[in-house]
Design a protein around this ligand. Structure first.
Ligand code: CU
Length: 194
């Protein structure tokens, strides 16, 4: 049924249009490596686009590591500044929501893990805007048509079009009749002579 096909097609379009609105991405830090020392998280983060609404997932054995949300200086020094009580995740399956833009720094506070590279800095961008409809040329039916583009102008039909070929003149018709008659006569003569 055509209407059914149209409906399913419409459903596909609606679903496709809805997908970008629902894209809060979950980034598993380190992918299959998880959250460990001696992994290059700068390399891991390279080329990834982090946005508000996305989540970082830190996977590790609970108790063996943690995730401390730190500042840039603390990140550099692998040390939480004295007197600060930073946010710490320690479940081993930590979901860290990205809620503000800008640089975010994380490191593991266990032993020397941070200085062994168990640290991550990312830059969070604003949430993705819902995709605007592609800027198709908008045609306003009520607006006057655009002036025709400059180009060769087709000549208006002439008021005096070339006259059609004149009908066969009477002299031509007579000539034809004569030649016809002569042909018939010749044929008749040929038959008689045969
Ligand atoms: Cu650790």
């Amino acid at each position: 049924m055509a209407s059914t096909q149209m409906l399913s097609l419409l459903a596909v379009f609606v679903a496709a249009a809805a997908i970008p609105l629902a894209t809060a991405e979950n980034f598993t830090v380190g992918d299959d490596n998880g959250w460990l020392p001696d992994v290059n998280y700068t390399t891991w983060a390279q080329g990834k686009v982090f946005r508000i609404g996305d989540n970082l997932i830190f996977n590790y054995i609970a108790g063996a590591h943690n995730v401390i949300v730190v500042g840039g200086d603390e990140f550099k020094l692998c040390n939480v500044s004295a007197g600060r009580a930073p946010k710490v995740f320690s479940s081993g399956d930590d979901v860290v929501p990205l809620q503000t833009t800008g640089k975010k720094w994380y490191f593991c506070g266990i032993a020397d893990h941070c200085s062994r590279g168990q640290k991550l800095v990312i830059d969070v961008l604003p949430a993705a805007v819902s995709p605007a409809p592609s800027p198709a040329p908008f045609v306003n039916p009520s607006s006057p048509p655009a002036s025709p583009p400059p180009g060769p102008v087709t000549p208006a039909p002439s008021a005096n079009p070339p006259s059609p070929p004149a009908p066969p003149s009477s002299s031509w018709r007579i000539a034809t009749d004569v030649s016809m008659m002569m042909a018939v006569a010749a044929a008749a003569a040929a038959i008689v002579m045969a």
